[in-house]
Ligand binder design. Sequence first.
Ligand code: PLP
Length: 400
Amino acid sequence: MADTKRYNAQLDGAAFDTLAVRAGQQRTAEHEHGEAMFLTSSYVFGSAQEAAAIFAGDEPGNVYTRYTNPTVRNFEQRLAALEGAEQCVATSSGMAAIFSTILALLNPGDHIVSSRSIFGSTNVLFQKYVSKLGIEVDYVSLTDLDQWQSAVKDNTKMLFLESPSNPMNEVADIKALASLCKSSDMLLVVDNCLCSPALQQPLALGADVVIHSATKYIDGQGRCLGGAVLGKQALMEDVVGVLRSVGPTMSPFNAWVMLKGLETLNIRMKAHSENAMALALWLKEQPNVNAVCYAGLPEHPQHELAKVQQTRFGGVLSFEVKGGQAGAWSVIDSTRMLSITANLGDTKTTITHPATTTHGRVAQDDRLKAGITAGLIRVACGIEDIEDIKRDLAFGLSQL
Ligand SMILES: *Cc1c(COP(=O)(O)O)cnc(C)c1O
């Protein structure tokens, strides 16, 4: 008999790219090379006595997929390894991850300070549903430390942010906000969706909780919804409790797809970032482009911070064209390849007009304050050849 240990890879001290491909895999007695997909809602017991012991928690074992599933666990362990987290809890979507975190970690009467430029549905969640729990949210500028500090009240228990922001590419000083949290017993929650652990690891910068919409770069190929919450085991226990009782667990099929996504995460993020950098430099030279927002450009106000906080600048950028909304719409409509969709984090490049889509419901004043003008276009670079992406935008830009 071969040493059975050899059926599973030993990964002590392994680097990111190795963990992305191998972490979390526990091969079954079939010795499969690829990850097994356990499409099962429940599990059987060898006897009534074993069932009783596992239900009581006296013996380890699976009971029901809303509680545990080996494929979901494989995904959780792999993502935890990549984010440097003690524990990962997979959820059915990014929104489920955010809501489960708040339900698990906050109480009625608590207060959240959030950056103003957050994902649209997160904003709706805060205003319409989190408020029902008796939890209030105040908004501040992502980049203004003084604003964060003065928004903190006696009952503030959580700071919530996305960095870089979408679509303006503003960058928060995560280390500085983490030390503000430590001094006042607050949790720092970072939605790391736009970077993924390949570009930024907020826990290492002092954040308490990392949130993901795995729907974006982690799947990376536009196939499945998923999400994740990561942090210290003591915090994640409460999130697991919410998942068990509320039910927004990740499906084993989606977990299997996301596992495959993680394997190519780093090489995709490199390709997304290189394309976005090249596109930003090219757009800057176009006479009908007024401004380009990309943290990779040296003139970006948080370029130096982004350089130390992230390993690359990511795939999302925005730019303002001449001619306001009519100009922006004509550039978007003249593309022949780019997908007109508000989604991002896909191998296929997407293009959208924030002012009338993702930020259409934001009051015009607030929108303009955030820099989202009528002429602003957002592009989430895919991994196609950069010359084809440029060519698709060049025609529309030349017609303005
Ligand atoms: C898409 C997105 C979410 C929500 O994730 P879903 O998987 O769509 O529920 C949350 N935060 C950010 C930054 C996102 O882009």
